[in-house]
Design a protein around this ligand. Structure first.
Ligand SMILES: NC(=O)c1ccc[n+]([C@@H]2O[C@H](COP(=O)([O-])OP(=O)(O)OC[C@H]3O[C@@H](n4cnc5c(N)ncnc54)[C@H](O)[C@@H]3O)[C@@H](O)[C@H]2O)c1
Length: 330
């Protein structure tokens, strides 16, 4: 599994170990925490882009989950080289390694960014992808590469399309992504959250365990090869303003957000239909948004708030670059 120190990868590794599987995982620790990785994982600190390492660590693996990514949608128009390298090139390395070692199935975590702006929401898997930033374009490119290589070489594959996952273990000191974690880290430091645009953009949020359970099924159930499946709830569609208000209520914080210019290419309405996941995977989320946010607040309180780290470099700085990043406002 790639990305085993990240939010999804670390919880997925726990679930697979619990189910009796042996897990080999890798991560370069740019977006995850080492203490997320369970002791039973055979862990390799390495870069997925490096084909030789991927060939070594996937030897003997029957099932490969590809969870590693630089999941920076907003940043991707300003740091396209960094973001796409860790999605396209990294994925090609892992797919190549898996095929060359005779793996049976490859599960790729794509993203709702593949859909871009569509005529209607919720997005359904039969819609023609229209990604509108390098992150979404990279994810969709990987889907095409995966399909092509699997068709030629006969490896089974499934594409899952998660959206806006929250939960403990998510990196919360990264200024470029994960709106709920950023807001909690700020409010716990008695700092006001920063909202791009007017905050009326709408999203649905999934608790990580509600993504992990279907992901285990996707890897281990027969007959899903070639499917693309959205993974996330299609109710509880809320605005970013409402999200901030919910977090403030949990923390008992006096909310007065700072509004800054909208980010270029941000999709206004984005949520996915869960009909296919319900039909194929009995998808039924169990953790509501408020409980999910409460457990994140508990996690960040226990670990301690942190200053934000500007690890990713801005490759393009123009008048459109958000001042939150240019002027390091977080
Ligand atoms: N979290 C979300 O809201 C969300 C939404 C849609 C899709 N996804 C996708 O789901 C997957 C898992 O997301 P997540 O929330 O766990 O992200 P995450 O950032 O928590 O975990 C990804 C992990 O990949 C690692 N990584 C990145 N580039 C790497 C490289 N070149 N080599 C080795 N390791 C590398 C990071 O260090 C990190 O630990 C990603 O593919 C992401 O694009 C996530």
């Amino acid at each position: 599994m790639s990305g085993v120190a990240g939010l999804v990868g670390s919880h997925l590794a726990d679930a697979l170990i619990e189910a009796g599987h042996d897990v080999v995982g890798c991560d370069n620790l740019t977006g995850g925490y080492l203490d997320n990785v369970a002791g039973q994982v055979e862990f390799h600190e390495c870069d997925v882009v490096d084909l030789e390492s991927m060939v070594k660590i996937t030897r003997g693996c029957e099932l490969v989950y590809h969870c590693a990514a630089t999941a920076y949608e907003g940043l991707s128009v300003f740091s396209p080289h960094f973001v796409t390298k860790n999605i396209v090139q990294a994925s090609v390395s892992l797919i190549t390694a898996a095929i060359s070692n005779g793996a049976g199935r490859f599960v790729f975590c794509s993203s709702m960014a593949r859909y871009g702006t569509q005529d209607r929401v919720p997005f359904t898997e039969d819609m023609m992808p229209q990604p509108q930033d390098p992150y979404g374009i990279a994810k969709y490119s990987v889907e095409l590469l995966l399909r092509n290589l699997c068709q030629v070489h006969g490896m089974e594959y499934v594409v899952v399309v998660p959206h806006n996952i929250i939960g403990p273990r998510q990196k919360y000191d990264d200024p470029y992504r994960s709106v709920a974690s950023i807001m909690i880290n700020l409010m716990l430091q008695s700092r006001q959250p920063i909202i791009y645009g007017d905050g009326t953009q709408k999203r649905c949020f999934s608790f990580v365990q509600d993504v992990v359970d279907p992901l285990v099924k996707v890897g281990t159930s027969a007959g899903l090869s070639g499917e693309i499946i959205n993974l996330g709830p299609d109710d509880d569609f809320i605005t970013i303003n409402e999200l901030a208000a919910k977090i403030a209520q949990i923390i008992e914080f006096d909310l007065d957000p700072l509004y800054v210019s909208a980010r270029p290419q941000e999709v206004h309405l984005a949520n996915c239909s869960a009909d296919k996941a319900r039909a194929l995977l009995d998808y039924a989320p169990r953790v509501d948004l408020e409980s999910g946010l409460r457990s994140m607040v508990g996690y960040i309180q226990a670990k301690g708030v942190k200053p934000f780290e500007y690890q990713a470099e801005l490759e393009i700085t123009t008048s459109m670059t958000p001042r939150t990043w240019k002027d390091r406002l977080f």
